[in-house]
Ligand binder design. Structure first.
Ligand code: NAD
Length: 443
């Protein structure tokens, strides 16, 4: 089939590459000429395991191409996927500027039947707005061209995006047009070999499902983060509690990991957007408001621990920080807790030496050349003379480091583990003063 992705970011590029891998002819459009230039030159603008290989293979096979030419892109695909950003607007609601601009650019050019597929995360009613925007453009041209708008929210996780797209837990298609549905079923059939992955529903429910999923996951994280604070105060170990409750199949083990708060391009903005949708609909989402507030609090938890440890004064202290990305296996720094932590430490007069396996260029871009902040090329480079090591992102390479080397380089053997990666008892045996999240019960 002929597919165009409008937006070639994490979602658009992964979607395009994976659809090309199954034999489709895919053209990826972006307004960011630099991104397209990098891709055309055989490079990769984002860090996503396995993606470069798939892109290269399909470009070489002539099934995948990139463009900034909107005419060509709209002409090319029968299925036009909209995968542009939906950032939070000033009041927290999803900003649909880019989605509607994409819709209008389709309406201005289409000459034959198109299925317009909303893959961006968008509030209920957006498919109607996309439909109307296209209709308006067609009316202005004085032409009638058939089209359908379908909702197909994306559930991939950054860091495992290719795997998630290739072997999805579910593919949600919200459609009320038989022909569009037929095409969507055919397109996704290679990803649905077991025939049980594709769920068809009405458009509004499909749009809602994406927000509901992210809101539930964010809720689990904030819930565990709050319980971790209490566990610590009560001398209980949240990691043992986590295993204890996860064994209940009604609860399950996933997404129960306490830490320094959730970040990334999805949870923070989607929680905000859903709260705002609730406000607009006259339904106050009290639980979700608390989820967001708990998360803001949690991003400060490591700094609060440092303040407690250093008698309320971080002036002149120097800290080593491992991990900047909002989670491992990505270079995405959007809403990363590390940004809050670094800025807070610098504002309190401390200096920071940070290392991340892939997110340092992005961190440099966002944090600029802030005085008191430097980056190291390797994990061990940032340890020298630091008052403490702060673990912020749980990259695999931090799991079992050379603790003797760490101890030798730090000014004092002090570790603040924001992701509960290390065993408190072992750390103490190794001679470290160890602070985790919610790890009471380890005298
Ligand atoms: P992104 O910022 O990585 O990519 C969006 C791309 O769209 C950018 O490259 C931008 O230049 C381009 N763009 C904007 N307007 C355009 C236009 N009119 N025509 C062509 N290109 C245009 O964003 P992302 O992370 O891929 O997210 C896209 C959407 O998917 C968002 O709604 C997001 O919430 C959702 N989503 C993201 C993820 C994720 O993990 N990143 C997962 C599921 C859903």
């Amino acid at each position: 089939m002929k597919v165009t992705t409008i937006g070639t970011g994490y979602v658009g590029l992964v979607t395009g590459a994976c659809l090309a891998e199954m034999g489709n002819q895919v053209l990826c459009l972006d307004v960011d000429a630099e991104k397209i230039r990098v891709l055309e030159a055989g490079g990769m603008p984002i860090h996503e395991p396995g993606l470069l290989e798939i892109v290269r293979r399909n470009v070489a096979a002539g099934r995948l191409a990139f463009t900034t030419d909107v005419d060509r892109a709209v002409q090319h695909g029968t299925l036009l996927f909209i995968g542009v950003g939906t950032p939070p607007g000033e009041d927290g609601s999803a900003d649909l500027t880019y989605v509607l601009a994409a819709a209008r650019s389709i309406g201005r050019r289409m000459t034959d039947y198109k299925v317009v597929v909303d893959k961006s995360t968008v509030p209920v009613g957006t498919a109607d707005a996309v439909h109307a925007a296209i209709a308006e453009e067609l009316a202005m041209r004085g032409v009638q061209v058939p089209y359908a708008v379908v909702s197909n929210p994306e559930f991939l996780k950054e860091g495992a995006a290719v795997e998630d797209f290739m072997r999805p837990d579910r593919i949600i298609v919200g459609a009320d047009d038989e022909q569009a549905l037929l095409l969507m079923r055919a397109l996704y059939s290679p990803f649905n070999r077991t025939q049980d992955r594709l769920m068809v529903m009405d458009v509004r429910s499909a749009e809602f499902t994406k927000y509901a999923a992210n809101a539930m996951l964010a809720t689990r994280i904030s819930f565990m983060n709050e319980l971790a604070l209490l566990a610590e105060a009560q001398g209980a170990d949240i990691e043992q509690v986590r295993r204890g409750i996860g064994s209940d199949p009604r609860i399950g083990y996933q997404f129960l990991y306490p830490g320094v708060g959730y970040g990334g391009s999805c949870f923070p903005k989607d929680v905000k957007a859903l709260v705002q949708t609730g406000a607009q609909a006259g339904v106050e989402l009290r639980v979700l408001k608390a989820v967001e507030a708990a998360n803001e609090h949690q991003k400060q938890v490591l700094v609060a621990k440092l303040l407690q440890r250093f008698d309320g004064n971080l002036q002149g202290r120097h800290f080593a920080l491992w991990g900047l990305a909002f989670k491992p296996n990505t270079d995405d720094m959007r809403e990363a807790p590390a940004l809050v932590i670094v800025r807070e430490l610098l504002a309190r007069g401390a200096t920071v030496a940070a290392y991340d396996p892939v997110a340092m260029p992005e961190a440099r871009r966002l944090l600029g050349s802030a005085a008191g902040l430097r980056f190291g090329e390797r994990a061990e480079d940032v340890l020298e003379g630091a008052d403490a090591l702060l673990l912020v992102t749980e990259w695999k390479e931090f799991r079992t480091p050379d603790f003797d080397a760490i101890k030798a380089r730090l000014k004092q053997a002090l570790v603040f583990d924001g992701r509960n990666q290390y065993d408190p008892a072992l750390m103490r045996l190794l001679g470290f003063e160890y602070h985790g999240i919610g790890r009471g019960g380890h005298p």
